[in-house]
Structure formats: C-alpha cells, structure tokens
Write a protein that binds this ligand. Structure first.
Ligand code: HEM
Length: 147
C-alpha cells in the first residue's frame, strides 16, 4: 500500500481543488496528441486532430479532456486505495478501448507540464515530487487490469 505524508495529501488536494478542469484537461490531452501523434489512433471519432493550431477548438477533444481530468478525482478522493478505485476504468481501457498502457505515463507527463505552467512559482520541487508520486500510482492502477 502507498503511504502518503500529511504534506503530500495537502499538496494533491490543493492542486486539484484549484485546477480549472475545462482548460487544464483539454490542454493536457491536446499536448499528448500533438507530442505523441500515435495516441491519436484511439480518438478516430473525434475527427481531424493533426493540426496543432486548431486541435483545442475540437469540441469532442475539449469535452473528453475535461472528462479525463475529472477522472483523476477518483484517485484524489480515494488516495488510500487508488488501485481498487480504478478497477473498472482500468478494465475499460484494457478490454474495451485497447489502449496501450504505456500511453498513461505519456498523458501523465503532459498533464504535469500543463499544471506546472499554470502554477508557475507555486510549482515547487515538493509539489512536483508529490504530483509525480500521485500520477505514478494512478498510472500503475490504470495498468493493473491488463493481462
Ligand atoms: C475514456 C480517464 C488515459 C483513451 C476515458 C474516460 C475516463 C478516462 C474517465 C471515460 C470513461 C467512461 O466513459 O466511462 C483516463 C485517465 C487517464 C486516461 C484518468 C490517465 C491519466 C488515456 C490514454 C488514452 C485514453 C493515455 C489513449 C492514448 C481513452 C479513450 C476513451 C477514454 C479512447 C473513450 C473515449 C470516448 O469514446 O468517448 N478515459 N484516461 N485514455 N480514454 Fe482514457
């Protein structure tokens, strides 16, 4: 089981209570699709995602970016049992969506870049370390139902 210090808990709760989900979610997903273009293959029904200048104007991408970011609240609200909290979401990505689990880390890193850009000086080494630990646990939990 993952142990969290009081400070780490406060940092994670703080980040996710202040985030603007409707901008950080879409911007993180868009960054992932631009930097790692093969990830676009999972979002065929979203239409053309190739143009980095217009990708954020895609309403389906915007909506899904917010859904994904809100999906992280499951982990924020279940920090002591993230693995079990994500059983169904992991199954969905594995068995239904067939998303290669290596992509979870890529999206997590893109999210980190966007959050750092928003928090600016508040994104201290302690905040970075806590967020990295949190996202690592999320990535590992989402990868758990892959066989
Ligand atoms: C759907 C969360 C990473 C591809 C979803 C949904 C959530 C979610 C909450 C909606 C599930 C539902 O409708 O019940 C997350 C989280 C991720 C993550 C928290 C990691 C931090 C990824 C990655 C990819 C991906 C890396 C592909 C590169 C998809 C696809 C759908 C989906 C294709 C279905 C979209 C649709 O048909 O509307 N994800 N996801 N996810 N996710 Fe993820």
């Amino acid at each position: 089981m993952v142990e969290w210090t009081t400070e780490e808990r406060a940092i994670i709760q703080g980040i996710f209570s202040k985030l603007d989900y409707d901008t950080v979610g879409p911007e993180s997903l868009a960054r992932c699709l631009i930097v790692y273009p093969w990830t676009q293959r999972y979002f065929g029904k979203f239409g053309n995602l190739y143009n980095a200048d217009t990708i954020l104007a895609n309403p389906m991408l915007g909506k899904h970016g917010t859904v994904v970011l809100r999906g992280l609240l499951t982990a924020v609200n279940n920090m002591d049992d993230i693995k079990n909290a994500y059983t169904q979401l992991s199954e969905l990505h594995s068995e239904t969506l067939h998303v290669d689990p290596g992509n979870f880390r890529l999206l997590a890193d893109c999210l980190t870049v966007i959050v750092a850009g928003k928090m600016k000086a508040e994104f201290t080494p302690e905040v970075q370390a806590a967020l990295q630990k949190f996202l690592s646990v999320v990535v590992s939990a989402l990868s758990r139902q892959y066989h």
